[in-house]
Ligand binder design. Structure first.
Ligand SMILES: Cc1cc2nc3c(=O)[nH]c(=O)nc-3n(C[C@H](O)[C@H](O)[C@H](O)COP(=O)(O)OP(=O)(O)OC[C@H]3O[C@@H](n4cnc5c(N)ncnc54)[C@H](O)[C@@H]3O)c2cc1C
Length: 458
């Protein structure tokens, strides 16, 4: 084939997440030095998102859910910067670094694995007051805020301040949101043993969801189990309820409830990476319809991006930003946005690019759902596993153990797997950490204070 960049075909991978990391890794394994690979991500690491609820609960050290791209992908060029334009007509992508340096990168093959971002609604105060839960920095900030607030509330006598500090609001009861609040509540209950001035009844966790249930992915019985779990632990689960406003940290709900809160975690859905639907930034076609497919790249079963007249040669997409036919589930079905699919789709993309370079026929993506599992705090979980075509519902300790075991298996790199397990063992021996470091977003504050204190020079 003709290449734009020299003798070797150049594969450019956008996004170093579940899709990108696996595509780059498997492509290198398949073709060795016969291919040049570049991967672009605004962060120098891949985040294993299924572990974020445990980061938010202080059960896993944040660094241990990250896979450094340069270390994992030896021989692949890693560019740290934001993809700011995709010009497929010129087979070029524009990347802007933090220092505002612009790079133009040409390619022969393009893999779009840019994932998704939170889907916000036009709710007054939401953009200013809430935080998402997709990045490790966000999970750390949630953990630090909750633990920091416990310390502050224990030291104040003002009942209104104390009430606000100890009210934690989560919006969205899907897997990510349900796990996030369950794990956080578990952490607080654990931490309270060190706060004789605080009582469990001082703490208010509120979970808001517009749907009549939480954990939509599991059976009705399983949903009821998860709901009871949370309610028994004192979490106020408000179903069929909407967040109407949260200006100034005052939550106003559709059921008439109104309260002050110091933390609003937004987990009410995701949408594909926004650059894809910005027609000034990208000339790849996205799905225009509203709904879960809107803004995604439609792909064929072999993961090539679909154009108006068939596949766009050399362009593949997968994961949360793609609308991928789910052949294993039947005609007209599409893969849900999850890591289980993203990892395997990344591997299929790598194999299909290798096949394309070698002139072999491409293979369709086919993966039978293995099930879903969520942890609800220490020793509690919910979900199901598929054994062949048989679905086995599990809950409680077995579900919790199975979820942890699966995610350790799926976490990239042996070193990180070992570190996660070692951290759990350490927590079991000496209990998890109860220190929140609210200053982590302003690390120079103490230094500046020192610089401005003391006698002033005349
Ligand atoms: C809290 C939480 C819990 C979850 N739990 C589970 C679970 O238990 N099981 C499961 O299967 N799935 C789970 N998921 C979903 C799963 O993590 C995602 O579906 C999966 O990571 C998608 O992979 P991806 O490669 O498409 O996107 P990502 O892994 O999100 O990777 C996209 C990458 O693109 C980068 N990027 C985006 N835009 C740009 C840009 N303009 N320039 C440069 N880089 C960019 C991002 O930095 C990111 O690294 C969970 C998700 C969350 C948030």
């Amino acid at each position: 084939m003709n290449t734009t960049t020299g003798a070797k075909p150049h594969v450019l991978i956008l996004g170093g997440g579940s899709v990108g990391l696996n595509a780059a890794h498997d492509l290198r394994a398949a073709l060795g030095s016969e291919v040049a690979i570049t991967i672009v991500d605004s962060r120098p690491y891949m985040t294993y998102q299924p572990f974020l609820p445990e980061v938010g609960a202080g059960s896993i050290d944040p660094r241990n859910v990250l896979a450094p791209l340069r270390k994992v992908l030896a021989g692949t060029k890693v560019v740290t910067g934001a993809v700011s334009a995709i010009r497929h007509a010129d087979r070029t992508v524009v990347v802007t670094t933090d220092e505002d340096v612009t790079l133009e990168i040409a390619y022969d093959y393009l893999v779009v694995g840019l994932g998704s971002v939170p889907r916000l609604l036009p709710i007054p105060g939401l953009a200013e007051q809430a935080i998402g839960f997709k990045q490790v920095e966000e999970a750390v900030a949630v953990r630090d805020r909750i633990l920091g607030n416990l310390a502050e509330a224990a030291s104040t006598k003002d009942p209104a301040v104390r009430k606000r500090l100890l009210t934690f609001t989560f919006v969205g009861g899907g897997f990510a949101g349900g796990e996030a609040i369950s794990e956080a509540e578990d952490m607080v209950r654990d931490a309270l043993r060190y706060y004789p001035d605080l009582h469990a009844s001082d703490i208010r966790f509120v979970l808001i969801d517009a749907a009549p249930f939480i954990f939509p992915e599991v059976s009705e019985e399983q949903r009821a189990y998860a709901l009871n779990q949370l309610r028994e632990r004192g979490v106020e689960v408000k179903l069929e309820t909407f967040l109407n406003s949260c200006e100034g940290g005052v939550v106003k709900l559709s059921d008439g409830d109104e309260f002050e809160t110091d933390l609003i975690v937004w987990n009410a859905g995701v949408k594909p990476a926004p650059i894809l639907s910005d027609t000034e930034a990208s000339d790849l076609p996205t799905i225009q319809e509203r709904g879960p497919m809107g803004g995604r790249l439609a792909v064929l079963p072999d993961l090539r991006v679909k154009g108006d007249n068939g596949p766009i040669e050399g362009v593949f997409s997968a994961g949360d930003c793609a609308w991928v036919p789910d052949l294993a589930s039947g005609e007209g079905k599409f893969c849900p946005p999850n890591a289980q699919h993203a990892v395997r789709q990344g591997k299929r993309v790598a194999d299909n690019i290798a096949r394309s370079i070698q002139g072999r026929p491409l293979v369709d993506y086919y993966h039978k759902n293995l099930g879903v599992l969520a942890t609800l705090g220490m020793y509690k979980g919910v979900g199901y596993m598929m054994l062949g075509d048989k679905r086995i519902d599990i809950k409680g300790l077995p579900a919790w153990a199975a979820a942890r075991a699966y995610h350790v298996y799926a976490m990239p790199t042996v070193g990180r797997k070992a570190a996660v397990v070692a951290g759990w063992v350490a927590n079991a021996v000496s209990r998890r950490d109860i220190i929140g470091i609210p200053q982590s977003s302003t690390p120079r504050a103490a230094f500046e204070l020192a610089a401005n204190s003391g006698p002033k020079k005349k």
